[in-house]
Structure formats: C-alpha cells, structure tokens
Design a protein around this ligand. Structure first.
Ligand code: IPE
Ligand code: MG
Length: 232
C-alpha cells in the first residue's frame, strides 16, 4: 500500500493525511475480496524498516492503526472476516497490541476472508524468526535437520497455514518487493501500478488487477505446452 505520503504532499498536506485517506482504499479492497470470494488478503501495513521514519509519523500511524482497528472490527466481524496479523507484534505499542488481540479474538471463528495485516513485518525478519524456532527444535532433538523441507519450514513462517502469494499488487509506481513476503512470493505474479497512489485505489483497480492476473500463464518452471495439456 504505497504512495500515501506523496498523495498528501501533492495536496500540500502532512504525510499523515495521506495515511488517513488510505483507510478508504483498504475498506474497498476488503469489500472487493468479499465480492470475489478471495480467501486471503495480506496488507503490507507497516514494515520493520518503517520504524526508521520520523517519530511523529510513526506515532501518527500507530494512533491511526489503533483507532481504525477499534472502528472497523465490528464491520469486519459482520462480514465474516477473520482478522490476523503477521510481524513482530511485541514491538508495537501496548494499546495497538490490545486492540488487535480483541479483533483476533472476536473474529477467530469467521470463515470468510482471512485479512492479515503485516505489522512491523519484513520478509527477512520472518525467515530469521522461523530459523530460530526450528533451530531450537533441533537443539531439543524434536526434529532432525534432514527432515526439514520446504513444507515444514513454511509452517514456521509468520504466515503459517496461509498459502503462498498468487498476486502481489504494489501501488505508487515503485517496482520492488521491499522486503515483503520473500519466501511466500517465490512464484507470485507481480503487478506494479504506476499511476495509482494508495489513497486513490478503489474496487475498480482491484477488479482490473484480478483480470490482468487471470491473463497470466503461471508455469512454475514448466513449459507453456505442459500447462496447456494439464488444463485440458
Ligand atoms: C505507504 O505510503 C504507507 C506506509 C509505508 C506506512 P508511504 O508513506 O510510503 O507513501 P510515500 O511512498 O512516501 O508516498
Ligand atoms: Mg512509500
């Protein structure tokens, strides 16, 4: 969800104004997922690296997070959305963690969209925390190194049972992954929207993105002919 700061700057406003206006885009995206019955949506909300922004912006984003969670959770619940978060949640302010915990608890049995907020998250952080947990298991002889495979490793990542990313959309015009779901995006389709800043993102953009995704041929290393024969 990139481009909030630039969107605000274009209007001569403070960066936090852009973050506030990004909420509408989040709401539209969640609704669009519901309409298309998409089972998983993971939003890159705040990265490990974002902690290095000016204190006033970090505090503004945390306040916005707390307020938005409290305000939106009842609607998410009504819409059968299961709220989750991935990242180093211990590093978040206590009131943010509390607001999130309440949301997780209320929505944990919902069966519609699983909405994961990546908070204080980075792909490298995720891989390291998985390695630590696995190394501990090895130390305690609960698992032997030769039994570690991709499927087992993936279970130790913060995404746990969430499947790998099919489509990764980035607004704001930058063409990079920025330490997002590194392991989980090994075979993702990438879509970079050059002309849309996050606060401008609407359902129509999402539907267009899905239509473009549907035109891609996902080969996973195979040949195009193999894929065509498999789908016959
Ligand atoms: C994305 O918008 C929101 C966060 C990273 C929290 P930015 O704040 O990165 O906006 P730009 O890239 O400066 O326009
Ligand atoms: Mg940015």
């Amino acid at each position: 969800m990139d481009g909030n700061g630039r969107w605000a700057k274009k209007r001569g406003a403070m960066r936090i104004f852009g973050h506030h206006h990004g909420i509408k885009a989040v709401r539209e995206t969640v609704e669009a997922c519901g309409e298309l019955q998409i089972p998983y949506l993971t939003l890159y909300t705040f990265s490990t690296e974002n902690w290095n922004r000016p204190k006033i912006e970090v505090e503004g984003i945390m306040q916005l997070l707390i307020g938005t969670i409290a305000k939106e959770v009842p609607d998410l619940h009504k819409n059968n959305v299961r709220l989750k978060a991935i990242g180093d949640l211990d590093s978040l302010p206590e009131n943010a963690r509390n607001a999130l915990e309440k949301g997780f608890e209320l929505t944990k049995n919902n069966t519609g969209l699983t909405l994961s907020l990546a908070l204080s998250y980075s792909g490298k952080w995720d891989i390291i925390q998985a390695v630590r947990k696995l190394a501990d298991k090895v130390k305690k002889s609960e698992i032997s190194p030769e039994d570690i495979n991709e499927a087992i490793f993936a279970r130790y990542l913060a995404t746990e049972e969430t499947p790998d990313v099919d489509l990764m959309i980035r607004t704001g015009g930058d063409h990079r992954i920025s330490n997002y779901l590194l392991w989980q995006s090994a075979y993702s389709e990438l879509l970079f929207l050059d002309d849309v800043l996050w606060p401008e993102f609407r359902k129509a953009h999402f539907f267009k993105a899905i239509a473009l995704y549907q035109q891609r041929e996902r080969r996973f290393g195979k040949t195009g002919d193999q894929i065509k024969n498999e789908t016959k």
